[in-house]
Design a protein. Structure first.
Length: 113
């Protein structure tokens, strides 16, 4: 997977020969399961009134986040997505997701939302 390059300090330059200073965006390493502090909440904001179960607080690579999201979606039998360090599961599955996460060894707690 190619590294993402993030320009620093400059938003836009009209100089065609300007060299942007760049830093490599480092993807965080995935914390061990026991050190993850996940929050499980119900969310309706900007979703057309539909309920989703939101899992936040994951620290790790995008691939590990997608793997966890895939496992939760398959165990709940619904759709969803995993991006921006959040897992979105369609519907209200807070209790089931809490049970699945604690069985897998994650530290998870219900949060208001």
């Amino acid at each position: 997977m190619p590294k993402k390059i993030k320009p620093t300090g400059i938003v836009y330059s009209t100089n065609p020969h300007f060299n942007y200073l760049v830093e490599d965006a480092q993807e965080p390493t995935t914390l061990p399961v026991q050190q993850q502090n996940l929050r499980v909440m119900l969310d309706r904001k900007q979703r057309g009134g539909k309920q989703v179960t939101l899992v936040t607080g994951f620290v790790g690579t995008q691939n590990d986040l997608e793997d966890l999201g895939r496992m939760l979606k398959s165990k709940c039998g619904v759709g969803g997505s995993a991006k921006d360090n959040e897992i979105i599961i369609q519907g209200d599955f807070r209790a089931k997701i809490m049970e699945l996460l604690t069985k897998a060894g994650y530290k998870a707690k219900l949060a208001g939302g």
